[in-house]
Design a protein around this ligand. Sequence first.
Ligand code: ARG
Ligand code: ZN
Ligand code: CA
Length: 259
Amino acid sequence: RVGPTRIPVVVHVLFNTAAQNISDAQITSQIDVLNQDFRAQNPDVAKVPPVWKPLVADARIQFHLATEDPEGQPTDGITRTQTQTTRFNIRTDDAKSASTGGHDAWPADKYLNIWVCPRIFNPADGDEILGYAQFPGGAPETDGVVIGHRFFGTNGTSSAPFNLGRTTTHEVGHWLNLRHIWGDDGEGCSGSDFVADTPNAGGPNFGTPTFPSLTCSNGPDGDMFVNYMDYTDDKGMFMFTKGQAARMDAALDSFRSSF
Ligand code: ARG
Ligand code: ZN
Ligand code: CA
């Protein structure tokens, strides 16, 4: 790729109560965060521990609300749908279809679909989920990311400690084929994120750990818990690595070459 890739975004707002019908300002605050984080222009990149500064990557991806809808008509890149559904099932992708209280996707080869909904739950345990993504290569009808409104953007209904827009940064990382930094093997040391410059790590980190945090004999520097693909609080994650940027590049050259 020469120069940054520009991705048109449609945000499908699904709301039950009026408060969940988030403002345009909350939506643009999220687009702004994506544009900082994927260009390494986020102010908190300065907090990256010195040992990892050489690995910080500008992923050269930019996002903008779509200006043309699938019919070629002007749009602000936002759809708003009132729904009777208050809890959206992650397994059955209820947010992604009008027939299940959501909104149908716009063509996935032309738009990044982001659904913002009242609440997402895992039917296995009923637990609330901040957001989830579909990896490249899946069905176009369900392609995109889903985020709970309280974890979206930096103002309005966004709430600490997930009020800096990093849930969407993390999910868009998955949408571009990034895996969790600990390799999704529970607390084990054999899983991989298929990226060479992220340290092998045990399980996810939460909250705001202090450097260094060692697992899997990964001393002296330990887990890269400041990475967007870990599970720390929004204020504790502020970098992608060069290896992760190369993996996103590969996704944009293959699965997502329509962008
Ligand atoms: N639970 C989500 C996932 O696995 C994302 C968590 C994002 N973390 C955050 N600090 N915003 O995709
Ligand atoms: Zn994740
Ligand atoms: Ca692991």
